[in-house]
Ligand binder design. Structure first.
Ligand SMILES: Nc1ncnc2c1ncn2[C@@H]1O[C@H](COP(=O)(O)OP(=O)(O)OP(=O)(O)O)[C@@H](O)[C@H]1O
Ligand SMILES: [Mg+2]
Length: 257
């Protein structure tokens, strides 16, 4: 019983994560909890450690220190089987899509269902089509990624993550590699997921999006979370937070704020 430490109703909790890379401290005691249906948004300057933190949560990079809890149970994958099990439960969306170029859209979504979940090909193909329908791409199922726009590629990546039935999805700047006119279609899919109760942790520079959707904003700088709170609290007009200063700096580039 001693190893089963409850964390309230948190679907995922990262507690006290530290990471050094190349002799440099990249994460310094970073913690986060996310409850079912919440969206936590990581913001902060380039190099703050947002991507490193998300990759540590998914054990793409194992943290040096800290404990990951899923539904209150500590998880410390050390062998491949455990890593795969973790990544089934915690999906990840990358900035640059990470699709398999030699597979069709549908195969990109169904391959892990066959190889990881052990589903038969027919059932996996059906499930893939359902997820592609959800992101509005069922009609592109038989094409290859090279034939898609960036926004479409990212929607395939989202469908692929959803097909695994994850408990949480981590999104690392899912729209920052996209041409401005393609951002909206991906944002709309993420907004729909939030509305549907998906639990998510999102790193983004899209401040308006963060303001509209975040349950909580976490402002990172130099490997630490230095502010956290509800968007209304951190972004209140006339407020004096680092988050608001950062927001205004980005907004000033667009002539707002
Ligand atoms: N493999 C590595 N070796 C050494 N330093 C690294 C390595 N990977 C990342 N870093 C450093 O870690 C710091 C945090 O990087 P990270 O990519 O997590 O920041 P970020 O907040 O995601 O930034 P951005 O907003 O630009 O995506 C940076 O200073 C980066 O140079
Ligand atoms: Mg990053």
């Amino acid at each position: 019983m001693t190893t089963h430490i409850t964390s309230g109703s948190a679907v995922l909790e990262a507690r006290g994560f530290c990471k050094s890379l190349g002799g440099k401290r990249i994460l310094n005691d970073v913690s986060l909890r996310v409850n079912k249906g919440e969206m936590k948004v990581l913001i902060g300057p380039s190099g703050a450690g947002k991507s490193t933190f998300l990759q540590c949560i998914n054990y793409l990079i194992p943290p040096d220190e800290g404990v990951l809890f899923l539904n209150g149970t500590p998880v410390a994958p050390s062998v491949k089987r455990e890593l795969y099990a973790l990544r089934e439960r915690v999906g990840m969306i990358f900035q640059d899509f990470n699709l398999f170029d030699h597979l069709t859209v549908q195969e990109n979504v169904s391959i892990a269902l066959v190889k990881v979940k052990g589903m038969n090909r027919g059932a996996a193909a059906l499930r893939a089509m359902e997820e592609l329908e959800r992101v509005g791409l069922s009609r592109r199922a038989s094409v290859y990624p090279a034939q898609l726009s960036g926004g479409q590629k990212q929607r395939v990546a989202i469908a692929r993550a959803l097909a695994m039935d994850p408990e949480v999805i981590l999104l690392d700047e899912p729209t920052s590699a996209l041409d401005p006119e393609l951002v909206g279609e991906v944002s709309a899919v993420i907004r729909e997921l939030a509305r549907g109760g998906m639990t998510m942790i999102l790193a983004t520079h899209q401040m308006e999006f963060a303001r509209a959707l975040a349950t909580e904003i976490l402002f990172m700088d130099r490997g630490e979370i230095i502010e956290r709170g509800a968007p209304a609290e951190l972004l209140a007009s006339g407020g004096n937070t680092r988050t608001r200063a950062f927001f205004c700096k980005l907004a000033a580039e667009e002539g707002a704020c």
